[in-house]
Design a protein around this ligand. Structure first.
Ligand code: CDP
Ligand code: CDP
Length: 223
């Protein structure tokens, strides 16, 4: 069984996907973290973002593992825990350029399909319902207003002791949404058979219940 969850930055995809996966005893796969991983390595190794060939080579060699430690999902890049390092504003500012590179997408999509072939999964990202798992039984498209998404991101950083201006976050999120929706390969787009949920005025648990209801309905239909 595959549950595909797509949507723009900070719509709540990873937060709710994690909980939905736990509830269903499925594996959760955060595909955004994979593009962030490639971006982090490119920055650290001083590779220019315009050097598509070198970044593709890097994506071909990267080893990414997700491990659950005390209920928290950690990402290991080349055997080292880099969970916090992939969430910096610098990585966020550069990830859309890296994820638009054809060779990078090819590598990441192949890895994602392998993972989904081995387990029941909840997978979140931008192109899961359209490209990675076009036959997923359940497809969800999560949205929310830019204002509320910026506020959520601000609160996330605040909880780590980092204060970021709301206007700047709104601008960053809008810029990333624009790049992700306008790139040539697998742009962010609602799959024609996805259920859209506007989470602007919903709590996390409201969203989780709405998704579980779609999954249950699908399971009943197919039983
Ligand atoms: O958590 P947040 O919404 O900030 O983003 P993310 O899910 O961590 O994804 C980071 C970036 O990776 C996105 O802005 C996209 O550029 C890229 N991405 C993608 O191209 N395709 C995916 N399936 C997932 C993420
Ligand atoms: O993965 P994505 O970028 O779509 O979003 P996220 O990283 O899950 O971040 C969403 C933030 O908004 C988290 O801090 C959540 O606690 C919060 N939030 C939410 O996810 N859903 C709501 N309905 C309300 C708040």
């Amino acid at each position: 069984m595959q549950v595909a969850i797509d949507g723009p930055a900070s719509a709540g995809k990873s937060t709710v996907s994690k909980i939905v996966a736990e509830r269903l005893s499925f594996i959760y796969i955060d595909t955004g973290a994979m593009y962030r991983a490639v971006t982090l390595l490119a920055i650290e190794r001083g590779v220019a973002l315009s050097d598509e060939e070198s970044i593709t080579t890097l994506a071909k060699a990267i080893i990414i593992d997700f491990r659950l430690i005390d209920g928290v999902q950690h990402i290991y890049i080349n055997q080292i825990d880099r969970t916090d390092d992939i969430r910096t504003p610098e990585v966020a500012a550069n990830v859309s350029a890296v994820s638009a590179i054809a060779g990078v997408r090819e590598q990441m999509v192949a890895l994602q399909r392998n993972l989904a072939g081995e387990h029941d999964v909840v997978m979140d990202g931008r192109d899961i319902g359209t490209t990675v798992l076009p036959n997923a039984k359940v497809k969800i498209f999560l949205t929310a207003s830019v204002e509320s998404r910026a506020k959520r991101r601000q609160e996330d950083f605040q909880s780590k002791g980092i204060n970021l201006a709301l206007a700047q976050l709104e601008q960053d999120i809008s810029a990333r949404d624009y790049k992700d929706s306008h790139r040539a390969i697998s742009p962010l787009k609602k799959a024609h058979d996805a259920v859209e949920i506007d989470t602007t005025n919903m709590t996390i648990s409201d969203v989780v219940e709405a998704i579980i209801a779609v999954v249950k309905k699908n399971q009943e239909k197919n039983s």
